[in-house]
Design a protein around this ligand. Structure first.
Ligand code: HMG
Ligand code: MG
Length: 313
């Protein structure tokens, strides 16, 4: 593998406060979520997805979104983009009311997952999100688009890369500045990431693509290497490896931000993240959840008397 062709720096979209926490049953106090977000920002993150304005009964952990955003809003004014996930115009109205500057819309590459997650087929989801994208852009917001089940669906199995390309292109044409391809249940493998990117990059520029891997089967970092070899330079990750979606049967957490940072920094790819501060942020939230981390880096860091041990590239 020719590492010299890889991007020299990457942007990490930290999804810990949203994807990381949405599936957690322990009630986390809003002030603790705000502290977690501030710790993530202090570790160097410039893009943090902080919450979602979805149906509270469908995602109880995100119930306090309206109260949380104002507690961290000042970070957006000092250069950290704080995105919020919105499923429809109702969610967008809340975002507008609170002065959110970036929203993320979401659909999927498979009808069955979409039905379970958002009660809509792919085509019905576009009837919903098209006006959201238009209205958000008109209001001066940036809009990011998620495309779930891009590398496999928990209900439909294999997903044809042609379908992924078609739906991603639709999101891009509607004005999403970036499309994040979600491996919702972590079934993606290097070969299927390669095949999908081979097709997709004929239609969408690499600068408009991001990759979002759940690490259910331990393939996330290998898949990220493939992404890097294609010149992709935006990756979603979650502090400590938390994450998952209650409507994605069998899914576990996102790739841990620590593991992604370690991989990249040891390849000479700058991430802008201070691993010690990031590890502290993860330990803070894991302590509240009373959970152990799935991040290999964080486990080694904790068990190794907090020795960072980052070999120079
Ligand atoms: P629905 O039931 O089809 O919506 O839900 P509806 O328009 O028929 O409305 C039904 C009721 O919900 C109404 O209340 C609405 O007001 C209310 P009622 O009149 O009956 O009292 N409602 C809302 N309330 C608050 N905020 C809203 C909202 N919208 C409607 N925004 C909907 C459709 C999409 C809203 C629902 O299914 C939902 O919220 N689902 C949760 C989806 C979710 O959060 N999933 C996880 C995030 S996606 C993910 O994790 C994947 C990702 O990480 C990438 C990857 O890994 O692949 C991004
Ligand atoms: Mg996800």
């Amino acid at each position: 593998m020719d590492f010299s062709t890889f991007p020299k720096n990457i942007r990490i979209v930290e999804v810990g406060p949203r994807d990381g926490l949405q599936n957690e049953k322990t009630v986390i106090e809003t002030k603790d979520k705000a502290t977690f977000i501030r710790m993530l920002q202090e570790s160097g993150h410039k893009s943090i997805e902080v919450t979602s304005f979805v149906r509270p009964d469908r995602m109880p952990q995100m119930n306090d979104a309206r109260e949380l955003y104002p507690l961290v809003k000042d970070l957006d004014e000092i250069g950290t983009s704080l995105a919020c996930l919105v499923p429809n115009l109702k969610g967008l109205e809340v975002a507008k009311e609170l002065g959110v500057k970036e929203v993320a819309v979401f659909t999927a590459s498979s009808d069955t997952f979409n039905q379970k997650n958002i009660n809509a087929t792919i085509s019905q989801s576009f009837e919903r999100i098209e006006p959201v994208i238009k209205d958000a852009l008109k209001s001066g917001m940036k809009v990011r688009g998620y495309l779930s089940t891009a590398f496999g669906c928990p209900y439909e199995g294999y997903i044809d890369p042609l379908r992924v390309t078609e739906v991603a292109k639709r999101l891009s044409d509607l004005g999403c500045y970036e499309i994040s391809l979600g491996d919702t249940v972590g079934t993606g493998t290097p070969i299927n990431v390669q095949r999908t990117l081979d097709l997709l990059l004929k239609e969408i520029s690499k600068d408009k693509l991001a990759l979002h891997f759940h690490d259910t089967r331990g393939t996330a970092l290998s898949n990220i290497l493939v992404g890097l070899s294609f010149g992709i330079s935006v990756f979603d990750a979650s502090a400590g490896g938390l994450g998952g979606c209650p409507y994605a049967k069998g899914a576990t957490g996102n790739v841990a931000t620590e593991d992604l940072v370690y991989l990249c920094e040891t390849l000479g790819i700058q991430t802008g993240i201070d691993l010690e501060k990031l590890s502290n942020a993860s330990e803070f939230i894991l302590g509240i959840l009373k959970k152990n981390t799935t991040s290999k880096f964080l486990q080694a860091y904790i068990n190794g008397d907090k020795n960072l041990f980052i070999p120079k590239p």
